[in-house]
Design a protein around this ligand. Structure first.
Ligand code: 13P
Ligand code: 13P
Ligand code: MG
Ligand code: MG
Length: 375
């Protein structure tokens, strides 16, 4: 049976700053979907990370379904009304348009969805990040699906020995390229190491996979990236849906990709590099310097359109060490204050006063070759 997993997220207001979604807002979104989703979806779950509200829905309408997108849009609108009433900060932040027009592309919310042939057991993990951008998934998705030091199944499980196919977007030239692991991994890494420009959008099984047909096995939300060609507009807290087991990375191989808190860009004012800290839902709130950037992982199985779970996968002492290292990295980086590479290069910052400063100082610049010593 073909079934679609649609994960849709938006920041529609938080408290006290960009820290956490209010429970009343979550309850309103939930209530809206319960009331209006009955004939559209077979199941759903709500979650949040930091100030981003997240909905995972199951249905049979395929990806980019106007009805499903509109349901999520209207649920976020209902949640926004509550956020406004409560005076939450940034109420309605991610709802960029006044009315829905058939698809969520370019409207603000992030969407990660895939249509699949449901397996007898269909386990998957939803990863949700706050205070970073879609390119933050490049490194862990690569590790899960292409790096045998992370995923030994690539070597020792015959079913997945042939590797996986990656769909990478060039967000500046607005193009996509398909690259195969292991054949193309050096080319793949040459691109996705530049995570502001090249972003993994999807991963597919290859036809040689012994357990699954050729289909989508991982998808990352990249919605802002599809907005304007030629200009990076990507500071958009991302989410990913990753199918696991039986010809795919095991749950533990998928989670293993987050055991090392690598650096991502975002954090305070979307303008700083910081370590990505894996946390359980109880710690999915943003505090120090509006972070550090965090990722939560909720594990599910899907059966005949119904979800079992979630299991809060990073709520576990096995990730304490990663959290401690992330804490130490936070301390180290914070001492650099406004200096790169803690602060992002100015073209990647979400906020920059540099043009204003430059304008103010323009008459005070003198030619280096002429007299520059103040007498
Ligand atoms: P499967 O091949 O059944 O997914 O088992 C792998 C596994 O879970 C190892 O941890
Ligand atoms: P969000 O993108 O999560 O709303 O964070 C914005 C910000 O400026 C945090 O400092
Ligand atoms: Mg916010
Ligand atoms: Mg956010």
């Amino acid at each position: 049976m073909k079934v679609t997993i649609s994960h849709i997220k938006a920041d529609i207001g938080s408290l006290p700053g960009h820290s956490i979604v209010d429970e009343k807002v979550m309850a309103r979104i939930q209530e809206y979907i319960e009331d209006h989703g009955k004939n559209l979806i077979s199941d759903f779950r709500m979650a949040h990370v930091g100030d981003d509200a997240q909905i995972t829905m199951i249905h049979t309408k395929g990806i980019d379904s106007p009805e499903i997108h509109e349901l999520a849009w209207n649920a976020f609108r209902a949640g926004t009304e509550v956020a406004k009433k409560l005076g939450l900060y940034g109420a309605g932040q991610d709802l960029l348009k006044d009315s829905f027009s058939g698809n969520l592309k370019g409207m603000g919310p992030g969407v990660a969805e895939m249509e699949i042939n449901e397996r007898p057991s269909e386990p998957f993990i939803v990863y949700m990040m706050d205070k970073t951008e879609p390119g933050a998934f490049n490194l862990p998705i690569y590790k899960m699906f292409a790096d045998p030091f992370n995923t030994p199944g690539l070597v020792i499980d015959e079913a997945m020995h042939s590797g996986f196919r990656f769909e990478v977007w060039d967000v500046i030239d607005h193009k996509a390229i398909f690259l195969d692991g292991p054949e193309d991994i050096y080319d793949l890494l040459a691109l996705i190491g530049s995570k502001e420009r090249y972003v993994i959008k999807r991963v597919y099984t290859k036809k040689e996979n012994k357990k699954l047909p050729e289909e989508n096995v991982a998808v990352i939300s990249t919605d802002k990236l599809s907005l304007i060609a030629g200009k990076y507009v990507g500071k958009d807290d991302p989410a990913a849906v990753v199918r696991i087991q039986s010809g795919l990375p095991a749950a533990g191989e998928s989670l293993e990709a987050f055991a090392f808190p690598y650096l991502v860009s975002g954090w305070m004012r979307g303008s700083f590099n910081g370590p990505l800290m894996p946390v359980g839902m109880k710690d999915a709130k943003m505090t120090r310097f509006d972070g550090p950037p965090r990722v939560v992982a909720l594990g599910y199985v899907l059966k005949s359109g119904k979800l079992e779970g979630p299991v809060d996968m990073f709520d576990d002492p096995a990730f304490d060490y990663a959290r401690r290292v992330a804490g130490e990295m936070t301390d180290h980086l914070r001492r650099m204050g406004p200096f790169e590479p803690h602060r992002l290069p100015d073209q990647e910052m979400e906020y920059t006063t540099l043009p204003v400063v430059m304008d103010k100082l323009k008459d005070r610049f003198v030619d280096i070759e002429k007299e520059t010593v103040v007498k």
